[in-house]
Design a binder for this molecule. Structure first.
Ligand code: FAD
Length: 316
């Protein structure tokens, strides 16, 4: 089912003020990592996320594995799955292959992205390829009609290549005008900035759901790496709180969970449709955040469904 339809159904069944949650995963580098991820998906499905999504390595570097994991998540685990797809440094034939495979697997949702260049390389449009995510959205709608639900990326602080936040918002609007039905944001730690961003989107006629992308802080080093990579502004009070505990992993994790709960509460109060967690393929912190938000039932915390059982129950 398309995520946009699942959101409508969720609202009908749970009321407009009860947000859904969803989880992002990335393809691990080793086969052992893939098996661990499958075990994790088996456990996380008990939390009943509205959907899960699987990232796509820059330039198609993980394409086979992303397709395989998306197929497994959708068909063996029975999780509504969205596959990321980038169009930078990719031939149109590779994009066609990926879309056809996703359709063959019954995956109904694509997160259409421009993508970043592989590390150390400049961003470039390849001959006959796409320049912007909006080109990919247009292409998917032209070739697949309404089969896919299409999500696109939004940047509350503005994308780092953008000439201005206003220009970036207009480009976001173009993606929606081309047929995207959902926006998922880049991670951020300033909720006021997110709320302002949503207001600006609404003011220029972007009316699709805007789902905040949330990354709980797991370790200080990881947090610094991710926020540097995504050029995320970190409010001073967070830096101040982390400074004295930065060498104590347990304390950082605990702080990360509490901060995330507070941020989510503010976003729920602001009326978001859902909370999208960048899990980094981990589960403890997200589970604790959802528990802190009282969004999961006690039985969902204790039951354990290992992969073998997940495969044999075949929830489809
Ligand atoms: P676009 O929407 O094309 O925007 C890129 C830049 O171009 C922006 O500055 C925009 O303002 C500008 N622009 C857009 N259209 C025009 C136009 N017509 N004229 C001039 N300028 C224009 N990367 C991966 O490699 N794999 C992933 O799986 C992945 N998942 C992601 C998931 C989310 C939720 C987010 C937020 C990001 C993800 N990324 C991923 C990173 C993403 O690929 C990069 O941020 C990339 O630099 C921009 O992608 P985009 O789709 O936002 O690009």
């Amino acid at each position: 089912m398309k995520i946009i339809d699942k959101i409508k159904k969720h609202k009908e069944e749970n009321g407009a003020t009860t947000p859904f949650y969803s989880f992002e995963y990335f393809p691990p580098k080793t086969m052992e990592g893939v098996q661990n991820l499958y075990d994790r998906l088996g456990r996380m499905l008990l939390l009943e996320p509205l959907f899960v999504d699987i990232t796509w390595g820059a330039g198609g570097s993980t394409s086979e594995l992303t397709l395989e994991i998306a197929d497994t998540a959708q068909n063996i685990c029975g999780l509504e799955t969205m596959m990321h797809l980038t169009c930078t440094n990719m031939q149109v034939s590779q994009i066609d292959f990926a879309l056809a495979k996703a359709k063959e697997s019954g995956v109904r949702n694509i997160l259409a992205l421009r993508g970043d260049p592989p590390r150390g390389e400049e961003w470039k449009k390849i001959e006959g390829g796409f320049a912007h995510a909006s080109d990919l959205v247009r292409y998917i709608r032209q070739h697949y009609g309404d089969y896919f639900g299409i999500a696109v990326a939004g940047y509350p602080e503005g994308h780092s290549d953008a000439t201005s936040l206003e220009d970036d918002l207009q480009h976001l609007k173009t993606k929606v005008d081309m047929g995207a039905d959902l926006i998922i944001t880049q991670l951020f730690y300033d909720v006021d900035m997110f709320v302002e961003f949503v207001g600006k989107c609404r003011a220029i006629g972007i009316n699709v759901p805007i789902i905040p992308g949330i990354m709980p802080i797991h370790t200080y080093a990881g947090f610094k790496r991710m926020t540097t990579l995504s050029k995320t502004v970190v409010p001073q009070h967070i830096l101040d709180a982390l400074e004295p505990i930065k060498d104590n992993d347990e304390e950082v994790k605990k702080y990360g969970v509490n901060l995330c709960i507070e941020m989510c509460k503010q976003m729920v109060a602001a009326g978001v449709d859902g909370l999208h967690f960048y899990t980094l393929n981990l589960e403890r912190s997200v589970r604790k955040v959802l528990k802190g938000l009282e969004m999961i039932r006690p039985d969902q915390l204790h039951r354990y469904l290992p992969w073998a059982q997940c495969a044999s129950t075949n929830r489809l």
